[in-house]
Design a protein around this ligand. Structure first.
Ligand code: UDX
Length: 467
C-alpha cells in the first residue's frame, strides 16, 4: 500500500461520439467514479462507467490502493489510485470486520480524494466540465467532497434497492411500514431484518449507517443496479420517502459491452468444456468472491454433485475455505469418479457461463450481481446465502419471484442431490424453470429502447448530469 497519490494514473482517448453537451456547445463532460474495492462492487461500477462512456462522457475512476483494478483492461478510462492507509487488520475479509473496513476507508480516503478532485478540476481542459461524482454507496466520503467543491454527488447502489428502505424511511416509521404496509414485500421479512440489525448494532455500524444515510440525503440522485419490474414495490416506496430521485437502470452488465474486471484470472477453458454438454444439462456452482465454506461443506457438495448425475462446473476459488487453496480438500477418489462429467476452476467468466446454453441451473450464494446475472439469462437458482444482503436476495429469488429453491446452510449430500434434480429435471421444478425464462424475457424488454432501464438512464442523464 504505497502512498503515491497518482500511482496508476493513465490518460484515456475518447473515441465514442460526443454526448449531448458536446453537440450543443463544444463542451465535453467528465464523470468521476469512486470504487469500493471488492469484486462485487468493482464489477457494477466499471460496467456503469462503460455505459456512460458509450453515452459520450469521459471517465475517471478513482480507487483505493487496496485491490486495484487493472487499468489495462479498460484503456478508455483514466485510473487514479488514492492512498488508503489501510492496515493489514482493516482488510480482513471476515464479514464481521466489514464495518471497520468501510469506516477506515471513509476516514482515510476523504482528504486524498479532495486533493485528487481539486487536481482534476485544475488540470481539466478549458472545454471540459465535471458533470458529477458517482460513488459506491459505501464510499460516502465522496458526497462530502463533491458538496465542498460544488459538484453533484450520485450514489451507486450495487445491491437490491429494497435495502434502501432501511435508509430512506425514518427510523420511527420503519417497524410499522415493514409490518403492515407493503404486502408485496412481506416474504422479504423486512421487519425481522430490522430487528436483527438493531440488536446486533455496534458503535461503528451505527456510525457508518448514519453517515451513509446522511450522504444519501444530500446526493443529487441514486443509481440502482436493479430492474423496475423486479423491485417495483420497493422502488415505489423508496421514491415516496427519498429526497433524492432513484434511477433503476440495471442490469448494468447487459447495457455495458463486456470487459473483464475480475481480480482473479478467469479460466476460459470452461467455455469449451460447456460447448460439449447438452443444452440446459449443467449445474454451475459458485459462491462469489467473499463467501466461505467449511471443509465438510466441500466434501458434501462434491458427493452431492456426483450423485445428482448432472454435469457440473464448480468454482473453487483460493480461500473459499479459509487458509486453503480448496482443491486439496476434495475427497479421495472424487476426481476419478467424476471424470469429464464435471469441471472445477478457480475463477470462471461467470457472465459468459450463465449465458451458455448448456447451463440449466446456478447454485449460488445469492450475491446481488450473481442474482442479476442469472435472472438476465433465465437460469433458475439454488440458493445458499452466506451473509449480509444475500439472505434478502434469497428471499426475493425463492419466495417473491419464485425462480429458485433454498438449500439449507447445513449442507448434506442427499439434500443437494434432491435439490439439483428438482431444480433441473423434476416436474416439481417446472414452474420455477418457466418463471426464470419469463424473467429473462421481461429483462430483455426493459433493456430495449423505450424499456424501463433505458428510459431511466436517459432520464438520469437529462435530469442530473445536464444541469
Ligand atoms: C459482494 C456481496 O457478497 C454481495 O452479497 C453483494 O451484493 C455485492 O458484494 P460477492 O459476494 O462477490 O459480492 O457476490 P456477487 O455480488 O455475486 O459478485 C460476484 C461477481 O464476481 C459477479 O459479478 C460474478 O460474475 C463474478 N464472478 C464470480 C466471476 O466473474 N467469476 C467467478 O468465478 C465467480
Amino acid at each position: 500500500m504505497s502512498s503515491d497519490l497518482f500511482s496508476s494514473s493513465q490518460v484515456s482517448t475518447v473515441i465514442i461520439p460526443a454526448n449531448e453537451m458536446e453537440k450543443q456547445g463544444e463542451i465535453s463532460s467528465r464523470l468521476v467514479l469512486v470504487l469500493y474495492p471488492f469484486q462485487g462492487h468493482i464489477n457494477p461500477m466499471l460496467q456503469l462507467a462503460t455505459i456512460f462512456h458509450a453515452k459520450g462522457y469521459s471517465i475517471t475512476i478513482v480507487h483505493p490502493e487496496f485491490n486495484s483494478p487493472n487499468p489495462s483492461n479498460h484503456p478508455l478510462f483514466t485510473f487514479i489510485s488514492i492512498p488508503d492507509n489501510l492496515l493489514e487488520s482493516n482488510v480482513s475479509l471476515a464479514p464481521a470486520d466489514f464495518m471497520n473496513l468501510v469506516s477506515a476507508l471513509n476516514r482515510n480516503c476523504a482528504a486524498p480524494f479532495m486533493k485528487c478532485l481539486k487536481q482534476i478540476l485544475d488540470e481539466k481542459h478549458p472545454h471540459e466540465r465535471i458533470s458529477g461524482v458517482i460513488y459506491d454507496g459505501l464510499m460516502y466520503f465522496a458526497q462530502t467532497v463533491a458538496d465542498a467543491l460544488g459538484l453533484p454527488g450520485i450514489s451507486m447502489r450495487p445491491t437490491a434497492a429494497a435495502l434502501l428502505l432501511f435508509s430512506v424511511i425514518p427510523h420511527s416509521e420503519q417497524e410499522y411500514v415493514f409490518e403492515s404496509q407493503i404486502p408485496e414485500l412481506q416474504p422479504l421479512e423486512l421487519e425481522q431484518m430490522l430487528k436483527s440489525m438493531s440488536t446486533n448494532t455496534t458503535e461503528t455500524m451505527a456510525e457508518v449507517r448514519a453517515a451513509a444515510l446522511d450522504a444519501t440525503k444530500r446526493s443529487s440522485g441514486m443509481i440502482a443496479n436493479t430492474i423496475e419490474f423486479l423491485e417495483h414495490a420497493a422502488l415505489s416506496r423508496i421514491r415516496e420517502y427519498s429526497p433524492a430521485p432513484v434511477f433503476a437502470i440495471g442490469p448494468f452488465h447487459k447495457l455495458a459491452p463486456s470487459s473483464s474486471s475480475s481480480l482473479l484470472q478467469e479460466d476460459g477453458s470452461c467455455i469449451s468444456w460447456l460447448d460439449k454438454q447438452a443444452p440446459k444439462s449443467t449445474i454451475y456452482v459458485s459462491f462469489g468472491s467473499l463467501a466461505s465454506l467449511s471443509k465438510k461443506d466441500i466434501v458434501e457438495i462434491a458427493w452431492g454433485l456426483v450423485s445428482s448425475e448432472q454435469p457440473f462446473l464448480w468454482v473453487i476459488r483460493p480461500g473459499l475455505v479459509h487458509g486453503s487453496e480448496g482443491m486439496e480438500l476434495l475427497p479421495d477418489g472424487f476426481l476419478e469418479k467424476v471424470g469429464d462429467k464435471g469441471l472445477i476452476v478457480e475463477w470462471a467468466p461467470q457472465q459468459e457461463v450463465l449465458a451458455h446454453e448448456a447451463v440449466g441451473g446456478f447454485w449460488t450464494h445469492c450475491g446481488w450481481n450473481s442474482t442479476l446475472e442469472s435472472v438476465s439469462e433465465g437460469v433458475p437458482m439454488l440458493c445458499t446465502p452466506c451473509f449480509g444482503d444475500q439472505f434478502l436476495n434469497m428471499k426475493y429469488i425463492c419466495y417473491v419471484w419464485r425462480i429458485g429453491l433454498r438449500v439449507e446452510t447445513e449442507l448434506e449430500r442427499e439434500k443437494i442431490q434432491g435439490a439439483i434434480k428438482t431444480l433441473m429435471l423434476n416436474i416439481q421444478g417446472e414452474d420455477i424453470r418457466n418463471n426464470a425464462m419469463e424473467f429473462k424475457r421481461e429483462t430483455q424488454l426493459c433493456l430495449r429502447e423505450g424499456g424501463s432501464s433505458c428510459k431511466s438512464l436517459d432520464e438520469f442523464t437529462d435530469r442530473i448530469l445536464s444541469v
